[in-house]
Design a protein around this ligand. Structure first.
Ligand code: ZN
Length: 655
């Protein structure tokens, strides 16, 4: 039998994981050996007889656990993008073990004593040392034996519940999909769309991960819309119970660690730092956002000629856009062909700004035939890293879009970054893949994360690339969205897939005008999710919740964001970000990051927009820094001042 491919580092260019050799049976043995070796390495560091130095302690920890790291990186990438029953079973088995393993390291007293004694004069080392000390304290290194034992139990159960939550959700997206017998009920969908969801003589429309299913904007049959919406908000009901349990356990854990709530614990090492800072910001947004949404609702009711229900919102919003702005979102799609959007849009913008170029490497393979591998070069021809693109939705892929690293950049190992983007675009049964405007914008967004990973110039993996606070990580990706509609960029990629004709300027102008409509809806659905997350994670230890749905309703009411026509973007039962995605008490991050984003967009505009020197400045001061320094200092160095909220309020029509 061939050697387990995880036991040695990959011999492929850039250490791209050898996906063609990796089989499901490799994971468990690689995890087992990886954890055992890592623990042995950690013990050797902890019990060393030498005096603790930065190199023999912190850098040694950075060097440790390579098999485990390689295995986990690939495994969790596959678990998100191409999961099978086999992968799910491994995930269920291995997740609590990994949590236990991480506690073994962070709660190792001898190691913690050593880490406390390390000193360094070097600024980059000092920053990393501080991170390590924070990591240990936040993991409970200073607690007594009994408290640590309870902490381990809590972590293990939370890890189990989180896996269960996400697996329930993945199953629900197909098992609780909208099933329609007669294509007539799908009136409003084009033929290609209908064909793509035909299955065994019926039509099956899977649920996407958020409340407001895109089909609601097109389906003319009101009953079909009602069914689709109801399936969406009611899905995965067993998750309600899991959510209650998780929120309760998180509150108990926060108390053990000396915090009044999980929210307080979570924000302490973010750029927000305090619960009050987050609430002050959200408080400024709720009132104006709800007022905007109510005004929009009036316009929709007028358009419809009756009192609308939540499943009517998107449909009549499109009608208002057509009537008021003469804008039809579907008219844009023929100009947004997938390959062109990337090569002539997303990549082209990066070339204009940063001088980087992209070469497809068909000789390098991803884990699925739909994954494309690109090699990325600097302007001077030097190699930068690899970028993998997995654009299509499939039943084995989680909802949403995301970026992840397959290899972290670091000078310590001399590793160049290998990063990837996952999108969830429906693959047409035949012909070209035409995107919606939202999908194009998402492509630019995710690529902003990819650039953050690719441009990293960190010595240590712990602080490289996107390893930054999560209320900062969305910032560079949001900035990259600005190029979606930047005139020179748009003109370069938005061309008709058949005729090659550029998108009419008129259509673009109409889209810009129409974009202002529905800002109230989008802000309220986002803020409602944020405040729901917040309510779950402001629970104090010992507070109990009887009924998750009643809790949700009361939380929205209390936050003054309850508006029956606009439900949260995610309800409790499918809020994967906070119950399985690492964004617990962190969903506020998107709008928090948007303050920095709006400021940065303003900077680009003040300085002439799409110019190499602007890209270089952003790359040098911000993107290349990764998590290697204080993020707000990096922002100040880039922007030349502290962030202000005004540009965001203006952008969202809340000023
Ligand atoms: Zn993002």
């Amino acid at each position: 039998m061939a050697e387990n491919p995880f036991f040695a580092s990959s011999s492929l260019p850039y250490q791209l994981p050898p996906f063609e050799e990796i089989r499901e049976e490799h994971y468990l043995p690689a995890f087992e050996r990886g954890m055992a070796e890592h623990l042995a390495e950690v013990d050797a560091i902890a019990n060393s007889t030498e005096d603790p130095t930065f190199d023999n302690t912190i850098a040694a920890l950075e060097r440790s656990g390579q098999i485990l790291n390689r295995t986990a990186t690939v495994f969790f990438s596959i678990a998100a993008s191409d999961s099978t029953d086999g992968i799910m079973a491994i995930e269920t088995e291995v997740s609590p073990k990994l949590t236990k393993h991480s506690d073994e390291v962070r709660l190792n007293r001898a190691l913690w004593e050593r880490v406390k004694r390390v000193a360094t004069e070097d600024a980059e080392e000092a920053w990393l040392l501080e991170k390590y000390r924070d990591d240990f304290i936040r993991a409970g290194a200073d607690l007594g034996e009994q408290e640590q034992a309870r902490l381990r139990e809590l972590n293990e159960e939370l890890s189990r519940l989180s896996t269960e939550f996400s697996q329930n959700l993945l199953k629900a997206s197909t098992e609780e999909a909208l099933v329609v017998d007669d294509a007539k009920e799908l009136d409003g969908f084009d033929e290609a769309k209908i064909e793509s969801i035909r299955k065994d003589g019926k039509y099956v429309l899977p649920l996407l991960n958020f409340t407001n299913q895109p089909g609601l904007a097109q389906l003319t049959n009101r009953e079909t819309r009602r069914r689709l919406y109801t399936l969406s908000v009611e899905r995965a009901r067993p998750n309600l119970e899991l959510a209650v349990r998780m929120a309760t356990l998180r509150a108990e854990r926060a108390a053990l660690l000396g915090f009044p709530s999980h929210a307080a614990y979570t924000v302490a090492d973010q750029t927000a730092k305090t619960v009050d800072a987050v609430e002050e910001m959200l408080g400024q947004l709720v009132g104006p956002a709800v007022r905007n949404a109510k005004k929009e609702a009036e316009a929709l009711a007028e358009q419809a000629g009756f009192a609308i229900e939540p499943w009517d919102w998107s449909f009549y919003a499109e009608k208002v856009r057509e009537a008021r702005y003469d804008f039809d979102a579907d008219a844009m799609r023929p100009y947004f062909e997938l390959n062109r959007v990337f090569k002539d849009g997303v990549f082209h913008a990066a070339t204009q700004l940063y001088g980087v170029t992209f070469t497809e490497r068909p000789d390098l393979k991803g884990y699925h035939a739909d994954v494309t591998v690109f090699e990325v070069f600097n302007e001077d021809g030097s190699a930068l890293g690899l970028f993998l693109l997995d654009p299509y939705a499939r039943p084995t892929k989680r909802g949403g879009a995301w970026m992840n690293n397959l290899v972290d950049q670091s000078y310590l190992f001399g590793d160049k970054p290998v990063v990837m983007n996952n999108l969830n675009i429906t693959k047409p049964a035949s012909g070209p893949t035409l995107l919606t405007y939202d999908e194009v914008n998402t492509a630019f967004h995710e690529f902003g994360h990819a650039l953050h990973g690719l441009f990293s110039e960190a010595r240590y993996p712990r602080v490289s690339g996107t390893n930054v606070p999560r209320d900062f990580v969305e910032y560079p990706s949001q900035v990259n969205e600005m190029w979606t509609t930047w005139p020179e960029i748009l003109a370069n990629y938005a061309k008709h897939h058949e005729s090659g004709e550029p998108m009419p300027a008129e259509l673009v102008e109409k889209m810009r005008a129409a974009e202002k409509f529905n800002q109230g809806f989008m802000t309220v659905e986002y803020l409602a999710a944020t405040l729901l997350d917040w309510a779950w994670h402001k629970l104090a230890a010992g507070e109990s919740v009887e009924d998750a749905e009643a809790f949700e309703a009361a939380a929205l009411e209390a936050a003054q964001i309850a508006f029956p026509l606009v439900r949260p973007r995610y309800r409790t039962n499918y809020f994967a970000h906070i119950f399985s995605g690492g964004y617990s008490a962190g969903y506020y991050s998107y709008i928090w990051s948007e303050v920095l984003d709006a400021e940065s967009v303003e900077w680009f505009k003040e300085n002439g927009g799409l110019k190499r020197e602007n890209g270089d400045h952003f790359r040098k001061e911000l993107l290349s820094r990764g998590g290697g320094m204080d993020p707000l200092t990096a922002f100040r160095n880039f922007r030349g001042r502290d962030p202000r909220i005004e540009p965001l309020l203006k952008r969202r029509g809340l000023d």
